[in-house]
Design a protein around this ligand. Structure first.
Ligand code: NAD
Length: 497
């Protein structure tokens, strides 16, 4: 059986901890791969390698760094099908969706290709007589990235291309559930010319993560994953003096006003709720239907949900693949009978769905729950599966109040034809990413991505200009080239003249 190893200092590095984890093909339930799990000493080796590479890489010219990034863009493009196949084999999402993930990740490589422009400083001349001030940004050192299973290509690409473009070196710890696509991306970076030691990969679980959070030579940590772990990462890494951006989980609501085009709203909600089997941090998991359109909307949602084709992600006809593990599938399915007991109406029940020929796969059908209320577990928890809740509201105000009471604030959307209502929503809603008639408003690479409240801990969003600021620190330089006639001691506070 194939074993996925670490990649340190430009080469495959065999794990020495003696620990490993099984990687399963979710469509078949078969264990296909083993992945090594690093202990603290292996993490230390990766960090030491990155620290050593920093001196050279941080002083490598922008021109050379940019050439490498342009080459990396081409390399990923040439291998995009292969990367997508690895994603489907270990995550389960359908091939077209996996290709979409690679494309969205590639956007950040393209952003990083423009790093000379993004790192340009500011200068003010003659701020005082004969004095100029210059602001510049410099890299931090070794940056660690810790990523979730649900986007094994896109989320790592949110981090390391921009971090290394800024002159940092990087240690990446991807999800141990589907490590192969991430491992391929790291190997391809070396192939494209990223020098040895600049980008290092260690696989692992809690011990590896915790060592990165405590390591004195790690300057900053980018984390994407669930809210409890994001809190742990933020708390531990900041306590150790590091800069941290920790993106957490979500429960994304879509508000449908009575004037919306209900067919379009239903298409959008079903696509955003069940795409990637609901395992997206920007999935729509709650539709808030403003009356009197609730019944009609639920009918349209149910009709579309029932028609979805569920099967292995390798089948081009499949629209929705399996869930990541059998345990997660069972956990997701458990919400449906529980919601029924708590008084929700189960309009579509996907819990017993079987895909013929794939009985051992981690499949579950899609479920649609209506008349859900805020006290139900299906509403309160991030289910992270194909279960869509519909909550009925009597007014725009009631809908927005419900949404703003959520502890999460990642993505949200409004569907309406009323520009005034959309504008009001844009200003009043407490979430980091807002869609107006757009169900999954993941911003393009040159805008930043980040939630509010329990969806992000730390001050910086990820990628975009915020990403550049996160991976650099500012410096203001005040300069005077004195005239030979200037001089004299002056103990007063410097003022402008
Ligand atoms: P997770 O939190 O279980 O794991 C994320 C990373 O943390 C993995 O690398 C994992 O190895 C590590 N980890 C897990 N448990 C740990 C522990 N106890 N201590 C230290 N490290 C630990 O998340 P997941 O299940 O891989 O991914 C799904 C979650 O990620 C969902 O909650 C989803 O909403 C969230 N997510 C958020 C975003 C976003 O941008 N906000 C994007 C993608 C996914």
């Amino acid at each position: 059986m194939h074993t996925v190893q670490h990649f340190i200092d430009g080469k495959t590095t065999e794990g020495t901890s003696g620990r490993s984890a099984s990687v399963t093909n979710p469509a078949t339930g078969e264990v296909t791969t083993q992945v090594v799990l690093a202990d603290a000493s292996e993490v230390d080796t990766a960090v030491a390698t990155a620290a050593k590479a920093f001196d050279t890489w941080s002083t490598t010219s922008l021109a050379k760094r940019t050439q490498v990034l342009f080459a990396y863009r081409e390399t990923i493009n040439a291998h995009r099908d292969e990367i997508a196949e690895l994603i489907t084999a270990e995550h389960g999402k359908v091939h077209s969706d996996a290709l979409g993930e690679v494309a969205r990740g590639l956007e950040i490589v393209e952003l990083a290709c423009g790093i000379p422009q993004l790192l340009k400083g500011d200068t003010s001349t003659q701020v005082s007589t004969g004095v100029d001030v210059e602001s510049l940004r410099q890299p931090l050192g070794v940056v660690a990235g810790i990523t979730p299973f649900n986007f094994p290509a896109m989320v790592p690409l949110w981090m390391f291309p921009l971090a290394i473009a800024c002159g940092n070196t990087f240690v990446l710890k991807p999800s141990e559930k589907d490590p192969s696509a991430t491992a391929k991306l790291v190997e391809l970076a070396t192939e494209a010319g990223v020098p040895d030691g600049v980008l290092n990969l260690v696989h692992g679980d809690k011990p590896a993560v915790d060592r990165l959070l405590e390591h004195p030579d790690v300057a900053a940590v980018s984390f994407v994953g669930s809210t409890p772990i994001a809190k742990h990462v933020h708390r531990t890494a900041t306590a150790n003096g590091k800069r941290v951006q920790a993106l957490g989980g979500a429960k994304n609501h879509m508000l449908v006003l009575p004037d919306a085009n209900l067919d379009q709203a239903a298409d959008a909600a079903v696509s955003a709720a069940y795409g990637s089997a609901g395992e997206r941090c920007m999935a729509v998991s709650v539709v808030v239907a403003v009356e009197p359109v609730g019944d009609e909307l639920v009918g349209k949602l149910a009709e579309r949900a029932r028609a979805l084709k569920i099967g292995p992600g390798t089948d081009p006809d499949t629209e929705m693949g399996p869930l990541i593990t059998a345990e997660h599938r069972d956990h997701v399915a458990s919400y449906v009978p529980h919601a029924r007991e708590q008084g929700a109406e189960v309009v579509v029940d996907g819990t017993d769905h079987v895909v013929p020929g794939h009985e051992n796969g981690h499949f579950v059908g899609v479920s649609l729950l209506d008349k859900v209320t805020a006290d139900m577990a299906a509403y309160r928890d991030e289910i992270f599966g194909p279960v869509l809740c519909v909550v009925r509201a009597q007014s725009y105000e009631e809908g927005v109040a419900l949404m703003n009471a959520s502890p999460w604030g990642n993505g949200t959307a409004i569907f309406t034809r009323d520009g005034g209502a959309a504008r009001r929503f844009k200003l009043e809603i407490e979430a980091g990413m807002v869609g107006v008639n757009v169900p999954i408003p993941v911003p393009v690479g040159y805008h930043a991505f980040g939630g509010w409240k329990d969806s992000l801990f730390g001050d910086h969003d990820i990628y975009g200009t915020d990403g550049v600021h996160f991976y650099t620190r500012g410096k203001a330089v005040t300069t005077r080239w004195p005239d030979p006639s200037d001089g004299g001691v002056d103990l007063g506070f410097p003022s402008n003249s």
